[in-house]
Design a binder for this molecule. Structure first.
Ligand code: GTA
Length: 161
């Protein structure tokens, strides 16, 4: 696992298309940031539950819940800001795949939270990938968990986060 963190291009397969900079700058941000993205969360998981779980790896500065931009309700992701880089790396190492509210969460390095990033970018208001839940896309599946799961009680079958 340690070697994974030495190569910034392998820190995350996710590339935020709204990051306003070069690939090098993006990779530098991933390598130094103290923010993680958590995906594949239940829509019913609360900030308190996230705090309870993630504070096991380190002291948390802030949690920002991801919200559906239309309904303003949680839509399955959040950002967790730590104080230290070591704790950030531990969150990715040890918390990814942990079951929270019956779902294996995905903890990913993030380039840093900015106002506006808390909103789902999908046309319906939620996350983009939820709108593709019946499609098979090997590129998206590669880095994820081989599970079929249900999104937060709405009973919609998704491939994965
Ligand atoms: N650090 O993995 C992540 C991550 N994700 C998935 C979202 N965010 C992430 N951050 C990190 N790691 O601030 C962040 C975003 C934003 C917030 C909400 O969460 O930076 P979103 O999920 O609603 O929108 O973001 P995003 O990130 O633009 O969507 P996604 O899923 O990556 O989609 C990117 C492109 O791939 C789109 O063009 C979409 O049409 C296409 N796509 C996505 N899923 C599929 C699929 N299954 N099949 C085909 N195409 C797909």
């Amino acid at each position: 696992m340690a070697s994974l963190f030495k190569d910034p291009s392998k820190l995350s397969v996710y590339r935020d298309r709204r990051f306003n900079g070069t690939q090098e700058e993006f990779e530098h941000a991933l390598k130094t940031s103290t923010t993680v993205y958590i995906g594949n969360m239940s829509f019913y998981t609360t900030e308190e539950q996230v705090y309870e779980l993630l504070s096991r790896v380190g002291e948390i500065k802030k949690i920002i819940m991801g919200l559906d931009k239309n309904t303003k309700t949680p839509c399955g992701f959040c950002f967790v800001l730590f104080y230290s880089r070591d704790d950030t790396e531990d969150a990715v190492k040890y918390m990814s795949g942990t079951i929270l509210d019956d779902r294996p969460i995905r903890v990913d390095f993030d380039w840093g939270f900015h106002e506006g990033r808390q909103w789902g970018r999908g046309r319906s208001g939620g996350q983009v990938r939820d709108e593709y839940r019946t499609d098979y896309d090997p590129d998206i599946l590669l880095h994820d968990y081989p599970v079929v799961c249900f999104i937060g009680g709405y009973g919609k079958l998704v491939q994965k986060e």
